[in-house]
Design a protein around this ligand. Structure first.
Ligand code: NAD
Length: 509
């Protein structure tokens, strides 16, 4: 069963892919895969359009992004319908995850960009009386954005808007599984008045993505799997261009004895099953201290049993068929090694589409793929631990480090435990929230990624901060310049002694 299939080439000679809705298996049409020539032509057009866009004032660039938000709000049902047709997700989840999150992220960035990206002057602690320092934000140039299928609108529109705010031209390559939702990003900015060539969408699969990384671009912003991220990182390394890699996760949750167990169970089940588990920061492993383990597991089963799969229900399908096989293989491996499935464990049989049952598994160990590799499905894997120390050790026994959560009645302890988890971000008594917090930089440690997106630092990641030092006076020469002589060396000795060997000097330095 495939939802993306290669079909015969058309008259243009390009490869073509047919698409299906993973919930209904209804045909969604055919896309043409952009070739390396298409990508290079788009990069040339972007290069030509970028300088004029960079000259548009920051205030006007921000105003254009605010206009795009208005377009998103007006076309929200259309965006949700497109995303739902390609992902099969439910309406509430799609509106929250794709549309609401996008409006919030873009509005926040547009309001802050004029302050975050404005050129500024800084006083220099020693040289200030003689020279002034200007910090100029320069766009990088042309940015390639490559995105996955699990949040096709938000994960495309958000980096695109941040790169545009910083004055770059952008080439967006959305996932071949959800190309039409990605294409809407282009049409929204066009309607908002973005000049031609500044944002171009390149439909296609890995072939197009690889061509984009090799094209005349100045940065790649990638969201997707570790496997592809590694290839992109290598290619960018060879070309010496920067990249941000937002990759997969295997997020741990630690449930302490003093946690509000109702909230912890509801929150971890939501964290594991939202978007049918196809979220990079999904709760994939839960470590529960033994005192409250049985009670917690009962509550988890209760919450999970209440989730109904189905287009008009709570949980959408698995969007990409090979992912179903990954989920099944992780469960089979766990069962073979002694785990117990308390709930679910298989494909939903009575509805059409690629639905998987909300599943609860106990008796898991770190010998199992289910506790070590990204499952990306609605599976709640719960492991009993003797105490928080053991939970921490197991939480950190992972190649991944995207996000994490701690559940406790003591917020200070929660913060202390969060600090010790090897993950790019964490929540205390919450889950699935960090990417949606516009003020929070989001990025992974270990194999979960390189760099971060969102917040002020995300915006700054699309610009080069260029220091320009201006000499205040028109003096003939500096003390440091030629000619060198004994008097000059003596002056250096005196300066070192004064600055770091006297109280007033140390204060000045
Ligand atoms: P993927 O790596 O298979 O594909 C992602 C994108 O890369 C697609 O557009 C694809 O066409 C393109 N691509 C494939 N091969 C390429 C190549 N050689 N060169 C350039 N581009 C190439 O990932 P996916 O299956 O679409 O997405 C799921 C993964 O994304 C999961 O691992 C998930 O955890 C991760 N993800 C991470 C975040 C985050 O912010 N950390 C967010 C969402 C998803």
């Amino acid at each position: 069963m495939a939802i993306v299939e290669e079909v015969e080439r058309g008259s243009s000679g390009r490869r073509r892919l047919s698409l299906k809705n993973p919930a209904t298996m209804e045909e969604l049409g055919v896309i043409e895969v952009s070739t390396a020539d298409d990508v290079n032509a788009a990069a040339k057009a972007a290069r030509a359009a970028q300088p004029a866009w960079a000259r548009v004032s920051l205030k006007d660039r921000a105003a254009l992004v605010q206009k795009a938000v208005k377009v998103i709000v007006r076309r929200s049902e259309e965006i949700a319908a497109m995303s739902m047709s390609e992902t099969g997700r439910t309406a509430q989840e799609t509106l929250a995850m794709e549309v609401l999150a996008a409006c919030d992220a873009l509005t926040w960035a547009a309001k802050r960009a004029p302050r975050v990206l404005r050129d500024r002057r800084r006083w220099m602690h020693l040289l200030g009386p003689m020279k002034s320092l200007h910090l100029l934000h320069r766009p990088l140039g042309v940015v390639g954005v490559i995105t996955p299928w699990n949040g096709p609108f938000i994960l495309s529109v958000n980096p695109v808007a941040q790169a545009l705010l910083a004055g770059n031209a952008v080439l967006l390559k959305p996932s071949e599984v959800t190309p039409n939702t990605g294409a809407m990003v282009g049409s929204i900015f066009e309607e908002a008045g973005l000049p031609p060539g500044v944002l171009q969408v390149l439909p296609g699969d890995g072939e197009t993505g690889a061509a984009l990384v090799d094209a005349d671009v100045d940065k790649i912003s990638f969201t997707g799997s570790v496997r592809t991220g590694r290839k992109i990182g290598e290619a960018c390394g060879r070309r010496l261009i920067p990249c941000t890699l937002e990759l997969g996760g295997k997020d741990p949750a630690i449930v302490c004895a003093d946690a509000n167990l109702d909230r912890a169970a509801a929150g971890t089940v939501f964290g594991a099953c939202m978007n049918a588990g196809q979220v990079c920061m999904a709760v994939e492993r839960i470590y529960v201290v033994e005192e409250i383990y049985d009670e917690f597991v009962d509550k988890v089963v209760e919450h999970c049993s209440a989730i109904t799969p189905g287009a008009d229900a709570d949980m959408g399908p698995i969007i990409w068929p090979p992912q179903l096989e990954v989920i099944e293989s992780h469960l089979a491996d766990a069962l073979e090694k002694g785990a117990t499935v308390l709930l679910g464990g298989g494909r939903v049989k009575d509805i059409e589409g690629l639905y998987f049952e909300p599943t609860v598994v106990t008796g898991v160990t770190h010998d199992m793929a289910l506790m070590k590799e990204e499952t990306f499905g609605p599976v709640v894997a719960v492991m009993k631990v003797s105490d928080e120390e053991e939970a921490l050790r197991l939480a950190n026994d992972s190649d991944y480090g995207l996000s994490s959560s701690v559940w406790t009645g003591d917020k200070r302890k929660g913060l202390a435990l969060a600090r010790q988890i090897e993950s790019g971000s964490a929540c205390v008594n919450d889950s699935e929230i960090v990417y949606g917090v516009t003020e929070a930089p989001f990025g992974g440690l270990k194999q979960s990624g390189v760099g971060s997106v969102n917040s002020e630092s995300g915006l700054l990641g699309y610009s080069h901060l260029m220091p320009v030092v201006i000499n205040r006076f028109n003096n003939d020469r500096e003390q440091m310049w030629y000619p060198f002589d004994a008097k000059g060396a003596d002056g250096m000795r005196k300066a070192i002694n004064f600055l770091w060997n006297t109280p007033i000097g140390r204060w000045m330095s």
